[in-house]
Design a protein around this ligand. Sequence first.
Ligand code: SF4
Length: 272
Amino acid sequence: MLFLLHSECCNSHSIRSNNLCAKILPHGDLIKLNFGGFVPLSTVDWRGRSACAVFFRGCPVRCTYCQNSAILAGKDERDCEEIVELISGSLLAISGVVFSGGEPTAQKEALLSLARSVKTMGLAVGVHTNGVYPGTLEALINERLIDHVALDIKARWARYNNLLKGDYVKDVQKSLSLCKGAHESGLLPEFEVVITLFRGYDDEVSIIAQEAGSVDIVLQQGVAEDVRPLSEAEMKKIADGLARSVRIRTREGGEIVYEGDRSRRAARKRQR
Ligand code: SF4
């Protein structure tokens, strides 16, 4: 995944700095972020936008293929205000901030605080998430603090808990349903489901796509030790089975929009 940040102006429990506010917890401590990293300018983390990316350290899940394993554990606590300053340094070049990780929604208070600050700066907020904290997504949506969610769905539900070594299915299902509902009602402008594809699991794609419904789907090339990654051509073939437009993301080719096999799409339309 990727990186994150925050800010908004505030209520009575706040400190002003450079016209931004850092919220204070009820016991008086500044909100801290367990920080994983910062990318001042990215054109690949949010399609169609220049954004900076703030990475949250820590994730309860342990995907064997995680590309950000260096920030899954450990501590590097920073005041949210420090992160806001980092974001401010990118202001001239960006229109949004992406929060990634690790798992950004695991640090609810820091994420909400940063999202408020970002909104106050006139920027859009994007979150990359594994969906295991639906309560954080709900709070962001209810406060109108979020413009874009990329939700990873890692397998069909029957295989989920075994793959992730934890009881996560219900929470991810709740996040999916929450984001779909918010997207349909206009509260969440952009929502996409990201499916990481590994050789030998092609048959799961159509099952997950069915769960996603009509929202945007990104097929992401899975990269893991001892498994040969699928090529872009192989991923296109898998996408053809969906008979719909998807985005395909590979290390070699970056991200492309794939409209799919036209004859299959036409056949699907005729079936409707
Ligand atoms: S959910 Fe994302 S950040 Fe967490 S272990 Fe899996 S790939 Fe890594």
